[in-house]
Write a protein that binds this ligand. Structure first.
Ligand code: MRU
Length: 384
């Protein structure tokens, strides 16, 4: 069975609590935008597409609750204003990923148009919002499957080493079912390679400081029985230099790809891209079009979220069952690992310049650089 990070059914929303993973699989219900905002801020849900979807669905369930309690205003304009205000609040949860602002902009446009219709009511505006939220959930899953296929084909064509029938790839952070509505972006590409019997091995970084790799990507790869190996972030250079390991592509996700192709993604991505260039390894970004922000010209204009120092100076783990597979008996604890009082800088993301990226894999197509060495991302939004 595939992993389900987001459960949604008309008026019901629950997320797999990522603070408890990989040790406990516990769903927490979300009934309001307030709870959605906190789930995002506290990283109970994370990953650019999942943040957007949970935020929008949290508003959908709040509206549902108001309807059931007879508290939904009858006037369309009142409901439209309420939705817009709640969307603006949700946008303050985390700043770097663009998917949430893209989703909020589309939802705002839709409800504003709907509220202006002559026959509209508070209920019809709420219903239009529900439909849009559900469409986003379904579209994201479908898009991820297309990204998987597009990415796997590109890698086979461009990164298969001579004489090999399978490829070994490296990925960073978590970009799978836990970070999206399902299947994943970069991890979706790895899933597609595996499904096509052309994946040798997926290497993945632990992804310090928050360990999305060792906690979440490991959980997903083990769940799907995909041949995989964990490395620390500091081992990436040695891995790429290894003749024996034969890694020929790095595939990562994105939180924001701007007009010139510069890409904000989990801290450490930029370093991997530099290493890839040095070792002649293909460096690929896999992301849906909802992650592409043509309004921002270059990476320097992206706001990078800084997270609490505590995420670096402590680690979370299980006490009471070291080495045992039975996590139910153990207690989750947080442990100080840095010298008490050490000051820390904790940017959650970095920006990889487009010059270091070989291709951007989307659900529409794989974008490569033109003959002048630039990405033209406009083609993704051209009407056929
Ligand atoms: O801080 P996080 O865990 O939300 O960061 C997630 C990432 O950087 C992912 O690589 C990115 O959002 C792409 S998820 C499909």
């Amino acid at each position: 069975m595939s992993l389900q990070a987001i459960k949604y059914d008309h008026g019901y929303l629950a997320i797999l609590d990522q603070l408890e993973l990989p040790f406990h699989s516990k769903y927490v219900e979300i009934t309001s935008t307030e709870e959605g905002w906190h789930a995002i801020k506290d990283m109970r849900v994370r990953g650019a597409p999942a943040i957007a979807i949970v935020a929008i669905l949290s508003l959908a369930v709040e509206l549902h609750g108001l309807t059931n309690n007879g508290k939904l205003p009858p006037e369309s304009l009142e409901v439209q204003e309420f939705i817009v205000e709640r969307l603006r609040y949700l946008l303050t949860s985390r700043p770097t990923a663009v998917n949430l602002s893209d989703a909020a902009r589309k939802a705002e446009l839709l409800v504003t148009k709907c509220a202006k219709e002559e026959t509209s009511s508070g209920q019809s505006v709420a219903t239009a919002f529900h439909r849009e939220a559900e469409r986003m959930l379904v579209d994201d899953l479908n898009d991820n499957h297309k990204i998987g296929t597009n990415g796997a084909c590109w890698i086979l064509k461009n990164a298969l080493l001579p004489g090999n029938t399978t490829v070994n790839v490296l990925t960073h952070c978590n970009t799978g079912s836990l970070a999206t509505s399902g299947y994943g972006t970069a991890l979706g590409v790895i899933r597609s390679l595996h499904a096509g019997d052309v994946l040798g091995r997926a290497y993945f970084t632990e992804t310090r400081p928050y360990n999305q790799g060792s906690r979440l990507t490991a959980f997903e790869l083990l769940h799907d029985k995909i041949p995989s190996t964990l490395i620390t972030d500091s081992m990436a250079a040695a891995l790429l230099a290894s003749k024996e390991k034969q890694v020929s592509a790095i595939v990562v996700g994105a939180d924001r790809v701007v007009a010139n192709g510069d890409t904000a993604n989990k801290i450490g991505t930029y370093g991997l891209a530099v290493l890839a260039k040095h070792h002649g390894v293909k460096f690929l970004v896999a992301a849906p079009c909802t992650t592409i922000d043509l309004k921002t010209k270059c990476g320097g204009d992206i706001t990078i979220e800084e997270r609490p120092a505590m995420e670096m100076t402590t680690v979370k783990g299980l006490r009471g069952n070291e080495g045992s597979k039975n996590s139910n008996v153990a207690e989750m604890i947080s442990m100080q690992i840095a010298a008490p009082g050490a000051e820390a800088w904790n940017p959650a993301f970095d920006v990889t310049p487009s010059s270091l990226i070989d291709a951007i894999i989307t659900e529409v197509c794989v974008v490569e650089k033109n003959s002048d060495g630039f990405f033209n991302l406009d083609i993704l939004f051209e009407k056929p």
